[in-house]
Design a protein. Structure first.
Length: 439
């Protein structure tokens, strides 16, 4: 049996909304929380139509009411092409990096750039490789390569090319021989070995070679390449430029700099060049999402900086989550505010509240989790767990599930019984009971 690690939110597959943005009961693993899901749906469509950047959504509600789950569902609805950068408020406290720098970097990583490029390439199976030698004009000895003639074959036909000696060197370096399928970029001369042609496939069971089919179409063709990077990638690449001929390394020379650190100046340069590409129609900006969970952990300096980040022209969407009610803003001694977030930031947020769960809803979530974790529940177990959940918390009843299943396995049973749950209930306390016991 293949066992895999099960994450706390692995049953959540999206917000579970229909085409009109209305909640479909229990779809995509999400139970209840209708208002919050629909609100998040609106935000998702605003993000998709690029009308929400520079704004913030605040998810507020009691612990275990699905705020983190909602944020994950938002990222799933947006799909993998939209950058989604999750972090926890406390991540800003590092001994090496400034708090504001952590936030700034996160914001840069959440701005995607889609670069479209048309490349002229030659592609095909190498059928001929003939270097021509010439007398070396510099010394009387030895010979140099003056040019190289190669032939490339595709399904459609064969083409002979006369190429520069530097390409011959690249071919040697890639250890390309007749029978390999290769890929040569016309404007840079970059050579790539795609694999060995299918025609040479042998019948070994185990081998390191990759066989590829003969390319279709003409040998000489135009290819449309799309690459997704983020502003953060470009900052880093420009801070540590490396050689190479692919698009990433070309992009990494946008800015001529010998720096090895991402500075504010470098970022501005990168922004300027990217803007130029956008104006030329080569690149497109895809604003993503920064998700800051437990946002009350940020302090007043971070909050002020967040305000500034939100107002910058290339700002991503910001999703915040907190389970605090009215509390002291961290880093101050006297500013008390709702959710521990200063009023000026709150003022920029759309606030969505998560509700606590009814007994039926807890039962549904427990059932979902049991399925995901591959557990079967005996008579009355679901009832008992959902009663515990409604009385104490959803998390507590989810938490009981796994230890109870271990107890059941120890006793050689396939399903969890009421006794297992009872025993676990005695062994493990919920937060309230534990606090009472200490008092
Ligand atoms: N409506 C729901 N449908 C399905 N599963 C849910 C729902 N709400 C919460 N859960 C699950 O319950 C658990 C707790 O929820 P989650 O971690 O999202 O709470 P939270 O609001 O972020 O709490 P905290 O404030 O403590 O961070 C998770 O495993 C989550 O997937
Ligand atoms: Mg959470």
């Amino acid at each position: 049996m293949r066992s895999s690690r099960i994450a706390p939110h692995s049953h959540i597959r999206g917000l579970g909304l229909d085409a009109n943005g209305l909640v479909v009961a229990d779809m995509a693993g999400f139970v209840g929380q209708d208002m919050a899901r629909e609100a998040c749906g609106v935000v998702v469509s605003l993000i998709k139509s690029r009308r929400f950047s520079g704004r913030a959504l605040l998810l507020a509600g009691a612990p275990g009411t699905g705020k983190t789950a909602l944020a994950l569902a938002i990222s799933q609805e947006l799909g993998p092409k939209v950058p989604f950068c999750p972090m926890v408020g406390s991540e800003v406290y590092s001994a090496e990096v400034k708090k504001t720098e952590v936030l700034a970097e996160m914001f840069r990583r959440a701005i995607g750039i889609r670069i479209k490029e048309t490349k002229e390439v030659y592609e095909g199976e190498l059928t001929e490789l003939t270097p021509s030698e010439a007398e070396n004009p510099l010394s009387g000895y030895g010979k140099t390569i003056s040019h190289v003639v190669i032939a490339l074959k595709t399904v459609k036909g064969t083409k002979q090319l006369r190429l520069d000696p530097s390409i011959y060197e690249a071919i040697m370096k890639e250890k390309i021989v007749v029978g390999d399928v290769v890929y040569i970029e016309a404007n840079t001369g970059a050579v790539k070995r795609v694999g060995r042609s299918d025609a040479y496939a042998s019948s070994f069971d185990l081998e390191s070679e990759t066989y590829v089919p003969l390319p279709k179409g003409d040998v000489h063709k135009r290819k449309e390449l799309v690459q997704d990077v983020t502003l953060g990638d470009l900052d880093n690449a420009n801070a540590r430029p490396q050689g190479g001929q692919d698009i990433m390394s070309v992009m990494s020379h946008l800015v001529k700099s010998q720096r090895t650190e991402v500075t504010e100046k470098l970022r501005r340069e990168v922004d300027r060049v990217v803007k130029g590409y956008v104006d030329q129609g080569v690149a497109e900006i895809v604003p993503g999402v920064v998700f800051i969970d437990e946002v009350h952990m940020l302090d007043i300096e971070c909050f002020t900086y967040l305000n500034i980040l939100l107002e910058s022209p290339m700002a991503p969407t910001v999703v915040l989550a907190t389970n605090r009610g009215t509390s002291l803003v961290r880093g101050t001694t006297d500013i008390v505010s709702a959710h521990g977030v200063p009023v000026d930031l709150l003022d920029r947020c759309l606030i969505v509240k998560t509700e606590s769960y009814t007994r039926e809803q807890v039962a549904k979530v427990v059932e979902l989790r049991a399925t995901v974790e591959g557990l079967s529940l005996g008579d009355g177990v679901l009832d008992r767990l959902s009663a515990e959940g409604a009385r104490r918390s959803l998390r507590y009843s989810l938490q009981l599930l796994t230890p109870a299943s271990i107890l059941a396995t120890l006793q050689g049973r396939k399903h969890i019984t009421l006794e297992d749950v009872g025993e676990m209930n005695e062994l493990f306390l919920d937060a309230k009971a534990s606090a009472e016991a200490m008092a």
